[in-house]
Every structure is written in C-alpha cells, then in structure tokens.
Design a protein around this ligand. Structure first.
Ligand SMILES: Cc1ncc(COP(=O)(O)O)c(C=O)c1O
Length: 462
C-alpha cells in the first residue's frame, strides 16, 4: 500500500504531526510552537515560500537555519537528484573512490583557490568543527583551541566546548578540555591567548550566527599574522556564512589578503536536500592526518561522500554559479541592510542593524529615552529576558506571513537568513512588514505589548 501510493497515504496522515511530536519527539517544542501560534502545518515549500493547508503563502526568512539558501526544492537540484535515483549507482563502496565526491571537491576548491585544495566530507556543520579540531591538533601537536565570545559552532561535545555562551553548555557536564575564549573582534586579547604558544587553532565565524556581528576590517588579516607568528592554525567556520550568503563565495574573501588554514562549510551545500559538510584545507594539514596507508582512513565517517549528498552539493554549487546567487546576495543584502537601518533609525528599541549580505539581524535594547517605553521594556523583561523579540516575530508571521526566529537564546537579536534567490519585491515585502511591526512597538499600551505580555504570563503559568 505505502509504496504504491505513498503520497496519498501521507496526505491521509496530514494534521497528525503535532500530536506525533508531542508523543514521540519533543513535547515542549510543540508547546512552544502552539503558544506563539507557529503551528502552521505547512504543506508545501517552493523557492522563497511556504504554504499552509489553507493555501496561505509565507515568505521564509529562516530558511531552515540557512539550509535553503537556494530556496526550497530548486528545480535544477531536484532534476539532478531524480536522475541519480534512477541510475542505481554503486554508492559508498568504501574500498573505492566515488566520482561525484571528487567532482564536488574539485568545484569547491576552485572557489577557495590558493593552497586550500583538499576536502574532507562529512554530514553536518558540527562534524566539520569536530574534524577541524582534530586536524589542527594533529598538525600542530598542540591541545588548546581558542574561540570567541558568543560563538556558535554546533552542539556535539567538541563543538559545544567552543560555544561562546553558557545557555547551550549548562547541565551537559564536562566538555572537551583545552579550550579558551576571547572576546570577538579583540586582537589584543587574541594575541595574549596565542602568545602562550599552546594553541592548535583559533576558530572563528567571520559573521557570528548568534549576534550577526561581523569581523572588523583588518581583523582577519591581523588574526592570520598572529596565528603565523605563534604557530596556530586559523580555522574559519563558514557553515552558515559560506557559499555566497555574504556576497562572496566565502566570507573571508571580502578581505583578499586572508587565507585561512581550514574552512568549514555545510548548510547551503546540501541544496536543502541531503545533509552534508565539507572541511577545506591545505595538503600539508591533510597529509599530516592521513600519513600512512595504515592511517589512510583514520578520520572518517560512514555516510560521508554518499552519492545523494555529493550530487546535491555539486548541483548546488552549479546553481549558485549559474544563477548568479552570490551577486544577488551581495546586491540585495546591501539593499536590505541599508533600508532596514533607515526605517529603524528612529525606533528607540533598535540598538543596531548589522550583518553582511543576506545574513543580517536587528538588535534590540532598552531605550535610552522615553520613560513610558523604558517602563514597558522593563515590565516585559521582568517576566522573561529575550521576550521582546517575540513582539517582532509573532506579528511578522501572523500579520505579514513572514517566517523568522530570534537569533539566539538570551539575546535580543532577530536574524534574517533569506534565500539567496530572493527578489527585490520580496525584500520590499519584508521591509514594509518590518516598518509596520516596529511602529507597533511604539504604541504603549497597544496590542503588540498586551499580546506578548499575555503570552508570557501564560507561558510562565503553563
Ligand atoms: C556557524 C555554525 N557552525 C556550526 C553549526 C553547526 O551546524 P549543524 O547544525 O549542521 O551541526 C552551525 C549551525 O547553525 C553554525 O551556524
């Protein structure tokens, strides 16, 4: 029954997802969705949009945390995957070399250029970080990994040990030893840490996912110099920022003199279809890890290089190139950030609009003026830190049909990760909605404030 008309069978199950998740996956997550009215039960995704069962169309600026950089179900990627499915390829023989993985590595390294000519494939962003940690320790014979305040590199225990906030770490016990944290964009503190000459790698996101903070001009070049001076590898986590999102193939390429030792990428590489991650590095580093025939698979994984992931990656790289998505991200990112700055400059809750290309966010803070607005802010924050963001994302979805999320826990940042295929019309849809939602924050008392206050009270009681 199921295989003859699987889709008909699946359609019959429609509507059960929240109960199934409550029973078997994560009931608290379901409760959260229901509390803020995000339980939309989307039934279709195409390009920049999602549709619910009533046929309402939503603009997706969350893109599955950056996975749908090409939009959803891109026809070119889909067509290539369909062709592959019909071929019965020998996939994952293991004691052989796959053609597709070689082609992806060739294409990917043509975009990094320079000495970054080797690739290790894995299945997720966090796994790229785990690999980078091992490669750096192996290459330098050192233990220590330095990371930045507010950093996010994934949630497996090695990557989590590099998380620049307490929220994700607490209650999970001791993580990987040998790590230390430096403030983001602080070269003096970085030098202080590296000068001990015990650091294998400095791991940093050129645009921080949790804050949308961008490395200052000159920062990476100086970090590069310090890494060279003290024998440390420079590892750039471009899991989110990489593959065009910031307006260059790799974000570090905004500063042409910088060549990292290791670049981690994932998310967009999947084409939104098959999980994949890639660590791109120098031959010397790879050769140090895989240094004999006996050790030729000493770092490996079961699913890495699988044909579906590799075809999705190859197709995605070609689409990004052919459809000029890097250029689109640069142009529309610049437009969106500039316009968002303009329309929010008089809103006293907006502390900053920051980011690069199509990875940008808006940061909220307690107003400096207006007693009434300060009181409203304090009242909300007494109930729950970080709830102000709900006052933005809830009306964005309910009133304007735009899907977003607060960027991180215990921050006031809302991040936007539009598909790189977004059009100016859709950016304008977003800007119009933001203007309306921001204007509403100034109406105290008003529906935006009472809705969020009521919701917070209910959430606390529940
Ligand atoms: C910069 C960065 N590094 C690593 C990761 C972890 O990737 P994954 O969730 O695929 O393990 C993420 C995920 O959001 C990320 O944004």
């Amino acid at each position: 029954m199921m295989q003859t008309d699987f889709m008909a069978w699946l359609d019959q199950q429609q509507g059960r997802q929240y109960d199934l998740h409550s029973d078997h996956i994560n009931p608290v997550f379901v409760k959260m969705l229901r509390t803020i009215g995000f339980d939309k039960g989307y039934v279709r995704g195409e390009g920049c949009y999602l549709w619910d069962a009533e046929g309402n169309k939503y603009l997706d600026l969350l893109t599955g945390w950056g996975v749908f950089a090409l939009g959803r179900n891109h026809p070119k990627v889909k067509s290539i995957l369909n062709q592959l499915m019909d071929r019965n390829l020998p996939n994952l023989v293991r004691m052989d070399c796959g053609l597709l993985s070689g082609l992806v590595a060739e294409k990917l390294t043509s975009k990094t250029g320079g000495d970054l000519s080797r690739v290790f494939f894995c299945n997720s962003g966090t796994e790229t970080i785990e690999g980078a940690i091992k490669f750096a320790r192996c290459a330098t014979g050192r233990q220590q990994i330095v990371y930045c305040d507010h950093a996010f590199h994934g949630l497996s225990t090695g990557a989590l040990a590099l998380n620049g906030g307490e929220f994700f770490r607490e209650r999970f016990g001791e993580l990987m030893p040998g790590t230390s944290c430096v403030p983001f964009n602080d070269l003096a503190k970085l030098e202080e840490a590296l000068s001990r000459k015990t650091t294998a790698a400095f791991v940093v996101e050129p645009v921080q996912g949790k804050t949308c903070e961008v490395v200052a001009d000159g920062y990476l070049a100086e970090a590069r110099r310090l890494c060279d001076k003290y024998g440390t590898l420079l590892v750039l986590d471009e899991v989110q920022a990489g593959l065009g999102r910031t307006g260059k193939w790799f974000c570090y390429q905004h500063w042409p003199s910088v060549e990292p030792d290791i670049v981690c990428t994932a998310k967009a590489l999947s084409g939104g279809y098959v999980p994949v991650g890639a660590i791109i590095t120098r031959p010397k580093i790879m050769d140090g890890v895989f240094n004999s025939m006996e050790r030729c698979v000493v770092h490996s994984n079961t699913f890495g290089q699988n044909d579906m992931a590799m075809a999705a990656a190859l197709a995605s790289l070609h689409v990004i190139e052919e459809d000029k998505l890097v250029e689109n991200a640069a142009a529309l990112g610049e437009y969106a950030i500039a316009e968002l700055r303009k329309l929010s400059k008089d809103n006293p809750f907006v502390a900053a609009v920051r980011g690069k290309g199509l990875m940008f966010g808006i940061d909220f803070a307690r107003p400096k003026e207006s007693f009434k607005l300060k009181m409203a802010w304090d009242m909300l924050h007494k109930m729950n830190f970080g709830v102000f963001g709900q006052m933005i994302i809830i009306p964005l979805l309910q009133k304007h049909r735009i899907l977003t999320q607060v960027a991180g826990y215990h921050t006031e940042v809302i991040k936007f990760l539009p598909p790189m295929t977004i059009t100016k019309e859709d950016v304008d849809w977003f800007l119009g909605a933001m203007k309306d939602v921001l204007d509403d924050t100034l109406r105290v008392p008003g529906t935006a404030w009472t809705t969020v206050a009521g919701l917070t009270k209910r959430a606390i009681k529940a």
